[in-house]
Design a protein around this ligand. Sequence first.
Ligand code: ADP
Ligand code: MG
Length: 204
Amino acid sequence: MGMGLAKFPFVRTLDGFEFDAQPSLDPRQIRDLAACRWVANGDTLLLLGPPGVGKTHLAVALGREAVRLGHSVLFVPATGLLTTLARAHSEARLEDRLVFYGKPRLLIVDELGYLPFEPDAAHLFFQLVSRRYERGSLLITSNRSVGDWGTVFGDPVVATAILDRLLHHSHVVTIRGDSYRLREKRRSGLIKPTSHEPDPAKQV
Ligand code: ADP
Ligand code: MG
């Protein structure tokens, strides 16, 4: 299989990430993660935070570093992954798909929890996580805190089993703050600043 092809949705680099715009992140921690020791160790990395704060940007940038260091990487949007697993399951091909998603050294699952899970999805995702557990790394981005995952997955028991595996050897990076896109728009005066954030233009 074409493991060189990571299927990143866009080109993003760590150099292109403005750390000044994201004070909740420690640049040293991200640069340390870019060395990809966690990938070599088969650890999990969770990138959590609200929409627009740079989770996918960082996931792509770290994925590129992993490729550069010789690791096989596959990037999949969470919805696509779950649809594919559900279809494979209904066509009695689930094992093939689990083998496929089990192969890359690093599997990046982007935007878990944006859409609520279909009834079977939590169990299918559990099988994927179990398959990769202590064999390869997972990088998961999500706009939901892990405390919400029971609700997202629609099954607290399966969610707990998934988290138990994911958090065993894990790094959790939580990004806070406002959407970078909206911030750019606010700066250019296209939209009004949010009430909790002082308008830099109005500060004297
Ligand atoms: P999320 O996945 O958290 O919703 P994205 O990673 O898609 O957010 O970021 C939204 C857009 O803003 C992308 O084009 C991304 O490259 C850009 N972006 C976000 N944060 C930063 C940042 N700190 N520096 C540079 N670009 C950023
Ligand atoms: Mg994203």
